[in-house]
Design a protein around this ligand. Structure first.
Ligand SMILES: NC(=O)c1ccc[n+]([C@@H]2O[C@H](COP(=O)([O-])OP(=O)(O)OC[C@H]3O[C@@H](n4cnc5c(N)ncnc54)[C@H](O)[C@@H]3O)[C@@H](O)[C@H]2O)c1
Length: 347
């Protein structure tokens, strides 16, 4: 039995907390917010995960000394707050604790992935990224779910795989941390775009187009960052893209639908709550320009979200781009560069 602490009492942290109880571990959930803890203590439910019973075996606390002798600390915090929370927990960690980051995003300004942010703030602890198609609403109900656990040092990913596995939760080890984290962060952008398309009343054809051209541009960015091409065809690439672009549970897709129906982006985010694709889109658009990787869907969505772009015009702009071949036969960054002579000229 391992001692596991979940940092954050949100939907995914609680879903993993329940899963870890099922796997036979001793679980503590830490939250900085008294009302969250109070709701869990009195009702064993959370408004962030309606209809799910949160195990009574879980210890609830607002005291970071709970980390004193923990084996694993799961970070279940939205990406915008990961750095500040990682900084806050760092002095309480002991060296044996393996950190599991579940946040999906890229940090504004630094372009760092979330595991890099955690590593910077908690330099004495190994960090494993857990990502893949895993809606909290389904994982917490014991619906079969698969994810990847990625770490440069494979022994830590294998450790998390061993201790988190249950009959309904299956974990695959992957050493391509860049690819795994990038897929998890970027699919939120494409899900927002799919939501916009749904909100406009467009159909499955359009959504399929956005998803497949979406994974294409995510893969190109990934290669430019040093990821491996195969990762984008796996759980954290196409797998997470499918679940987020098609599901009723996806907050990114829901926000996109509102925008497609005429609600302003700011208001849509306010209504839906955590919409990580909204923030990630601006960061990804800047990163793609910096790396000279053309990402037309991301660019158009960024125009809609931050430059008052018209949704219909943007979709038609995507349709009206110059004719081209579907596949670029690259498998490495060198091949990608060979195919494209000038930055921005390669889509
Ligand atoms: N919800 C899902 O199905 C799901 C699935 C996989 C991964 N994730 C990822 O997990 C992360 C968390 O998502 P979520 O859905 O659980 O979010 P959430 O909005 O449900 O909850 C996040 C929790 O983080 C804590 N928190 C927020 N801001 C904080 C701050 N400033 N200081 C301290 N604690 C703070 C709070 O306890 C809050 O309940 C995200 O990065 C998301 O991409 C979510």
């Amino acid at each position: 039995m391992a001692k596991i602490t979940v940092i954050g009492a949100g939907a995914f942290g609680l879903a993993l907390a329940n899963t870890c109880v099922d796997a036979g571990h001793s679980v503590t959930v830490w939250s900085a917010f008294a009302p969250e803890l109070e709701e869990l203590r009195t009702k064993h439910e959370s408004s962030k995960l309606p209809g799910v019973k949160i195990s009574e075996q879980i210890t609830l606390t607002d005291d970071l000394h709970c980390l004193d002798d923990t084996d694993v600390a799961i970070i279940g915090i939205p990406s915008s707050f990961v750095r500040s929370v990682a900084k806050q927990i760092s002095p309480y960690l002991n060296k044996k604790t393996v950190l599991v980051d579940t946040s999906k995003g890229i940090e504004a300004g630094t372009f760092k992935r979330m595991s890099e942010v955690v590593e910077e703030e908690c330099p004495n602890n190994p960090v494993v990224a857990l990502t893949g198609p895993s809606h909290a609403e389904e994982l917490s109900l014991g619906i079969p779910t698969t994810v990847a656990v990625a770490c440069k040092d494979v022994q830590y990913a294998e450790y998390i795989q061993d201790i988190f596995t249950t009959s309904t939760f299956r974990l695959y080890v992957n050493t391509d941390v860049i690819g795994c984290e990038l897929g998890g962060a970027m699919k939120n952008i494409i899900a927002l775009a799919c939501g916009v398309s749904d909100g406009l009343g467009y159909g499955d054809n359009t959504k399929a187009a956005l998803m497949t051209r979406g994974i294409h541009e995510i893969t190109k960015l990934g290669l430019a960052m040093g990821a491996e091409v195969d990762t984008f065809g796996g759980l954290t690439g196409i797998g997470d893209l499918i679940v987020t672009c098609t599901s009723v549970h996806s907050r990114n897709r829901r926000a996109g639908m509102l925008i497609g129906q005429g609600v302003s982006p700011e208001e849509a985010v306010r209504q839906v709550g955590t919409v990580e694709g909204y923030f990630c889109c601006q960061v990804a658009a800047a990163l793609s320009r910096k790396l000279g990787v053309s990402m037309p869907i991301t660019e158009e969505l960024n125009h809609i979200l931050y430059e008052q772009g018209d949704v219909r015009e943007s979709l038609h702009k995507l349709m009206g781009r110059p004719n081209r071949h579907e596949c670029e036969r690259y498998t490495t960054l060198e091949e990608l560069n060979r195919l494209h002579t000038a930055p921005g000229d390669h889509y």
